[in-house]
Structure formats: structure tokens, C-alpha cells
Design a protein around this ligand. Structure first.
Ligand SMILES: [Mg+2]
Length: 290
């Protein structure tokens, strides 16, 4: 295990032994699963699921998975009860059974559908690229597009987006562009909403992601003094530590589970208190049951 990872492991275990809680948050594609030829093939393997489930089972450990995928799809891929999920880049969340969606999701969804209608044919003309239409966001996938067509696809997408410049923004994903509402919730917002849900006390917050679309989450966790882990070369440069592959993250999760000692049921020792901050978010964005 690399030195910085060993240090993170020791910090997590020490905080946990002293009665602190751990909040472990992960991006999905490229972080918990390898990037594959088609997103439908990115299934969580049994060993990763087993390790995540073992960690989630421990008192005082909160797990969350955040993704650009729609919430229902993410939920069916992950299949882990009792964890937090954020779909559509943070626009919709499953707070351990309680679902919330951005209060203006409907209007934002209409804008996204109008843009989808503009893009549909132009993207289809680029063989190897495809437009994934979701309720609240779009993804232009180009992982199978011949490289010489990438420039042309880029122009088409930029032109279509020009008319929606204030309503949507483009985020770089792994061999894909995610087009999301400009003023909606993002992965960073989703992290605040998750923390607010379980009582706003966290000793150590860790987020792992692999791409530019993790930047909001990484900035949020860094601002809270948390640990940020990048997977691979494309992860934002500001991460605390960078791992070469998902496999290293998986072995880290195994080592963490093995190192944590059983202890008394979690009693929520308030060593760091973010209540003020999260209270603000709760009052600003009232929850909206789906
Ligand atoms: Mg990713």
C-alpha cells in the first residue's frame, strides 16, 4: 500500500476507534467500476459490493454513491440497501429510502428535453457517438467515435448549447459530455444534503472520483477538511491522493474493513459540528418528496 494511502487508513481507523463517524462517498463509473465499452456493462462486481456492504453495516459508517446516471438506474446497479445515492449528477437523491429531487426539476427537465430534440439527429449522424436522454440531463457518449469525428461532434454540441447557455452547462465525464441544468443541484450540493440527512456530525469525510465531473464534490469535501481520492490520471488535480486504478481503491476498502475494530454502537460524538451550514441548506432547499 502506498504511503499516503496507509496514512489515510490510519487516520480513518483512529477516528473510528475514538468514536467518530466516517462518511465514505464514491463516484460510480470509473471509480467503483471500470470504464467499459457501454455504460450498461458497468456493473458493480460482487467483491466490491461485499466490501461496501460490510463497511455500511458498521455503526457510525455512512456510505454514499454519487453518479451522473439516473437515480433508478444507479439504484438497480448498486443494489446496496441502507446507503445514500445521488443520481443525475446530484439532482435527485435517495436518502436511505427517502427520495428528494430538486424543487425546480420539472422546469429544468423541459429545457433539457428541448435541447435533446435539437441534438438528437446531429449526434446520431456521428456514428459511434450516442445521445443518452435522461429526464433531467443528457449525456453525449463518444467512446466509440472515430477520433477524427470528435471535432465535428464538439461543434454540433457547442452550437446547440449556445441557445441554452444560461440554462445548462457541460461537464466532462469519462469519454462523454454530461449536459446538466446550470443552476440545479450538483454532486457537491448532494454531499451537503446527505450530511444534513444523518444529523450533520462527521469526523472524517472521504470522497473518491475519477473525472472532471467529480470536481464539485471534491471541492465541497476539500472545503470541509475532508479527504479526496482521485482514481486515474483524469481525476481533478486538487485531490489529496491519486490511485492508479479502481483495483487499488477496492483493496483499500478491504484493508479498511479489516482494520476497523468492532466498537460500541455509534452515539454521535459531536467533535465537528456543521449544523449551521447544513441548516442553511435545508432551509434554502426544502425537500420535495417524489
Ligand atoms: Mg466517474
Amino acid at each position: 500500500m502506498i504511503a499516503v494511502l496507509r496514512e489515510i487508513l490510519d487516520d480513518l481507523c483512529e477516528a473510528y476507534r475514538q468514536g467518530g463517524s466516517l462518511v465514505l462517498l464514491f463516484d460510480y463509473d470509473g471509480t467503483l467500476t471500470p470504464i467499459v465499452a457501454h455504460p450498461s456493462l458497468a456493473v458493480l462486481d460482487g467483491e466490491t459490493r461485499r466490501r461496501l456492504a460490510a463497511l455500511a453495516d458498521r455503526p457510525g459508517i455512512y456510505l454514499g454513491i454519487l453518479s451522473g446516471r439516473e437515480l433508478d438506474e444507479l439504484k438497480s446497479l448498486v443494489q446496496l440497501p441502507g446507503i445514500y445515492l445521488a443520481g443525475t449528477g446530484g439532482m435527485e437523491l435517495d436518502l436511505r429510502g427517502h427520495r428528494i429531487v430538486h424543487p425546480h426539476a420539472e422546469q429544468m427537465g423541459e429545457v433539457v428535453q428541448r435541447l435533446a430534440a435539437r441534438l438528437d439527429e446531429d449526434v446520431a449522424m456521428h456514428h459511434g457517438a450516442w445521445l443518452e436522454k435522461k429526464r433531467l440531463s443528457l449525456t453525449v457518449h463518444y467512446r466509440q467515435l472515430p477520433e477524427q469525428l470528435l471535432g465535428s461532434l464538439q461543434v454540433v454540441v457547442a452550437e446547440a448549447m449556445r441557445d441554452f447557455a444560461r440554462q445548462v452547462r457541460l461537464v466532462q465525464g469519462p469519454e462523454a459530455w454530461e449536459i446538466i441544468p446550470a443552476n440545479g443541484w450538483n454532486k457537491g450540493t448532494a454531499i451537503r444534503l446527505i450530511l444534513a440527512d444523518f444529523g450533520a456530525v462527521s469526523d472524517i469525510l472521504l470522497y473518491a472520483g475519477d473525472a472532471a465531473n467529480d470536481a464539485d464534490a471534491i471541492a465541497e469535501v476539500a472545503a470541509m477538511g475532508g479527504i479526496t481520492v482521485g482514481i486515474g490520471a483524469e481525476a481533478p488535480p486538487t485531490v489529496t491522493c491519486r490511485l492508479p486504478s479502481q483495483a487499488v481503491l477496492l483493496s483499500f476498502l478491504g484493508a479498511l474493513d479489516a482494520s476497523l475494530e468492532r466498537r460500541r454502537p455509534h452515539v454521535g460524538r459531536a467533535s465537528k459540528n456543521y449544523l449551521g451550514l447544513y441548516g442553511y441548506w435545508k432551509s434554502t432547499f426544502p425537500t420535495n418528496p417524489m
